[in-house]
Structure formats: C-alpha cells, structure tokens
Design a protein around this ligand. Structure first.
Ligand code: NI
Length: 245
C-alpha cells in the first residue's frame, strides 16, 4: 500500500485500523564505476514496498537524498548536510505523528543516514511526542551479513558492495548494459571515520571501499532481497506487537 496512491479518505480509514507506516530512505551517491548512483534508495525502497505489500501496511514516498558528504568528491553525488537530514526527518515524522501514526519505521539503505536519523528521533522525543521511532538498515541485519559472507566471502566490503549492486542489477538490469565488468584489486585499508569528501577520494580513489562489485549477479540480488524482506518483516511484526505507552 503506497501512500502516494491513496486519498485522504483512505488514509483516515487505514488509521482506524493501524498506526504504522514505513518510510524508505537512501542516498544519491556514487557507487563506484560498477554501481548505480541510486543504489541506496532503490534497495531501501524495494525492501520497504515488498514488506508493505506482504504485511498490508502503508509505505510513504521514498526519501531519496541522504547524508553523503563523504562521497561529495565524485560527480553525481548529491548530499544533504547532516543537519538538513535531521530536520527533514523531524518534519516528516512530526507530520505523520500529528495525524495519528504511532509507529514510524525508516527502512534505510545507507550508513551515513544513521546518525542524523537517530538524532532526529532524540529531538522528537525531546519534544515529548508519543510513539515508536525505529530505523532498520537492511544491509546490517545479521541474516544479510551471513548471506553476504556465504556468497562473497571477504569481498563484500563496505561500499559499492556486490550485495547491494546485485539487488539493483536484479531490479534494473537495463541500467547495467554499459557498466564495466573487469576485476580490480581489493585492498584492506587502515583509516579513520568520518572522512571528508577529499579525504575519502584520496583513500578510495575509484569509490569502492574494500569491495568487489564486479561479482554482482541478478540471481544473488533476488536471494538477498528476499532475505532482507523476510528479516525486515519479522522485525516489523515485533514492532506491531509493542504497546504504545
Ligand atoms: Ni550503498
């Protein structure tokens, strides 16, 4: 069920029965020469929409832009500042909370979003609002990390991973027609975090972080997406059981 396809009358009827909504959030950032700039929001949106369909719960329009300042040295990356993302999440959440939604679950596809989103949650609680605020980062779920290890061993890495690239390849195969296929060296790099855009580009010159995105395959994407949907749906079922205080 997509919020964008509903009328306010239908949302009113939904709120009589349910108080949960999923909000996919990603980023618009480089994913090496092998992956799509939209990777993080495409994956998060796919997980959220499939979970919404299976559990019959509402999914809000995707927050496509995220906090990607560390990728700003690469063309095509469009980032919000950490403070802007925090403000955006506060405003979207308050709009929903003020209408009667009590369980807001952000389905996240990008690591840089986690701190700003959690800061937004703290701020909303500081404003004394009632309800459950949660972020689920699909790629951090233990089931997914195990699966990535089984398929890609040590070559999944931290960014432009064959796992996320596989999902986008499964969802948008036509976007990969002209992407490179050749293998490169995968190096473990000692560094510190967070990194500025310039620092990031010096250490990770082609945009990968210890990953081998050329290993991505549609069939892996199908498997990983299914597991992400299954594991996320289980967490949501627990969230639905919680009593709102
Ligand atoms: Ni990503």
């Amino acid at each position: 069920m997509l919020l964008e396809n509903m009328s306010y009358v239908e949302v009113e009827a939904y709120l009589v029965e349910k108080d949960i909504i999923l909000i996919p959030i990603g980023s618009v950032e480089q994913h090496s020469p092998y992956g799509l700039i939209g990777t993080d929001f495409i994956t998060a949106e796919a997980v959220a929409r499939e979970v919404g369909k299976r559990l019959d719960i509402l999914v809000a329009p995707t927050i496509t832009y995220g906090m990607s300042q560390h990728h700003s040295g690469f063309k095509g990356t469009v980032t919000l500042s950490p403070l802007t993302l925090t403000s955006l999440v506060i405003d979207i959440s308050n709009s929903l909370l003020n209408q009667g939604f009590k369980r807001l679950v952000f389905i996240n596809g990008h690591g840089g979003n986690i701190n700003p989103v959690k800061t937004a949650f703290d701020h909303i609680k500081y404003q004394n609002k009632q309800g459950i605020l949660q972020i689920i980062s699909w790629y951090l779920l233990p089931e997914i990390q195990e699966m990535e290890k089984d398929i890609f061993e040590e070559l999944n890495g931290l960014h432009a991973t064959p796992s996320e690239v596989s999902i986008t390849k499964f969802l948008r195969p036509e976007a990969f027609k002209n992407k490179p296929k050749e293998k490169k060296k995968v190096e473990k790099i000692e560094t510190y975090f967070p990194l500025s855009g310039e620092e990031f580009k010096k250490i990770y010159p082609d945009g990968r972080m210890e990953s081998a995105p050329w290993l991505a395959k549609e069939k892996y994407g199908k498997l990983i997406l299914e597991e992400a949907v299954r594991a996320t749906a289980n967490i949501i079922k627990d969230i639905l059981k919680k009593k709102i205080i």
